[in-house]
Write a protein that binds this ligand. Structure first.
Ligand code: 25A
Ligand code: L14
Length: 366
């Protein structure tokens, strides 16, 4: 009894001490005025969730979208926040803006925000290849964030590129990747909220023998695959495929890497999957890759054939890690490996990556 009481007292004391300590840390931590542009969209929604979950040091929050959503109420840390229409003056007094409102919106408003002293972390493709704009995946090239001062903008890479470089960067550093051949199996959520609604509606219509409508994609996506993501370019590739080529080289800071991609839309709601084949300069084995990725930041190896264990979109959805499995030798070439890589395109592929960048920016540079 007495011992119990003593244990409780000690516990209370330790608890009190810990509480005091957290208070001191919280007080000494800088806090920031944060704006989320495109707050009502599929990615914006998860950006808000990530800021909450990761306890980002927010002093004030502002949710921006188009006039269509102005006046709508969202919540942040349990408090209601009214969505405002994004205008030229929205960023006055803000420190950091997370953008996910489409390419043309970013093109117009990111420089406006940066001009008013607010650092932009942009999720669109508008600024990614601008040499004055760092393109960042924190696990791979967080040092590049320092370059934000040139334009006040940091670009978040394309979702398919992010998960690929998280898995391949450790391999590239150790074995030198010569060439990447990648095919993607991309979820509809990449296209935004309207595509999530379209897949859902088409599946219901088909199961109920109703007529099927397609407005977002040029063909039905339910029970189908479309080898077509973003627009077609003059070289016969899609823009999504060429983003994977150019962005991978920029992030890995190596223009000698050959990349060829086929990007495919599949009827999955969340998480992109990728079949990746790499050829390396140095001899490589599946065991070495498994070892290396076993301790790589942001990666989880899920690869146990005996129990039919491999990464799948339904398991990756809602998670922040990049899952790698089916690691095996390409028997058609001397130094080559095949892998299967899966990650949540809205979380690590967009929102989580952007908030991770914001954390480093806030902690180290602001
Ligand atoms: O322009 P792009 O690059 O081609 O981008 C296309 C779409 O891809 C998504 C995003 O869709 C975008 O619209 N997206 C962009 N980058 C992405 C990425 N990296 C990405 N998806 C994944 N990964 P979304 O619908 O999920 O998000 C759009 C958000 O942007 C806000 N927005 C749009 N135009 C804006 C703007 N904000 C400020 N200024 C502008 N000019 C948009 O807000 C949303 O938050 P909203 O208020 O326009 O939409 C809220 C709801 O209204 C519905 N809706 C959208 N368009 C229309 C509409 N309703 C009627 N008519 C319309 N024309 C939607 O259902 C939305 O939920
Ligand atoms: O970030 O899946 O460049 O339709 C644009 C197209 C994200 C995914 C980007 C899609 C993308 C997207």
């Amino acid at each position: 009894m007495i011992l119990d009481e003593a244990a409780r007292l000690i516990k209370d004391h330790v608890f009190l001490f810990m509480e005091k300590k957290t208070e001191v840390i919280a007080m000494s931590k800088k806090q920031f005025h944060v704006a989320v542009a495109g707050a009502t969209g599929a990615v914006g929604n998860q950006m808000i969730a990530c800021l909450e979950e990761r306890n980002f040091p927010v002093k004030s929050i502002k949710f921006l979208a188009s006039f269509r959503s102005a006046g709508k109420k969202l919540s942040f840390r349990g408090e209601p926040v009214v969505v405002e229409e994004m205008t030229e003056t929205s960023f006055n007094g803000m420190d950091i803006a997370l953008f996910s409102a489409g390419g043309s919106t970013s093109e117009k408003f990111a420089p406006v925000a940066a001009g008013s002293g607010c650092v932009v972390i942009d999720n669109s493709s508008a600024w990614r290849m601008d040499p004055r704009v760092p393109l960042v995946v924190p696990e791979v090239n967080s040092h590049a964030i320092a370059g934000y001062t040139q334009k006040g903008i940091i670009a978040n890479p394309n979702c398919s590129t992010i998960q690929m470089v998280v898995a391949l960067s450790p391999i590239h550093r150790k074995f030198g990747i010569k060439r990447i051949v990648v095919s993607t199996y991309q979820a509809v959520s990449g296209t935004g909220q309207k595509a999530i609604v379209e897949l859902d509606a088409q599946v219901r219509a088909i199961m109920n023998s109703q007529p099927v409508e397609n407005k977002v994609y040029p063909h039905r996506i339910a029970f189908n695959c479309l080898p077509h993501i973003d627009v077609f370019l003059d070289n016969g590739y899609t823009k999504e495929e060429m983003k994977m080529v150019h962005e991978t080289r920029k992030i890995l800071e190596d223009d000698t890497i050959g990349v060829t991609a086929t990007t495919v839309r599949v009827p999955v709601f969340y998480s992109h999957s990728e079949s990746i084949n790499i050829e390396t300069r140095l001899p490589i084995t599946p065991e070495a890759v498994r070892d290396l990725l076993g301790s790589a930041p942001g990666v989880k190896v899920v690869d146990d054939l005996k129990t039919n264990t491999y990464p799948m979109p339904i398991d990756a959805a809602g998670q922040d890690l990049t899952y790698v499995g089916r690691i095996r030798k390409d028997e058609s070439l001397p130094n080559a490996i095949n892998l299967w890589v899966v990650a949540d395109n809205i979380r690590k592929g967009a929102a989580t990556n952007a908030v991770q960048i914001a954390e480093i920016l806030a902690e180290t540079y602001l």
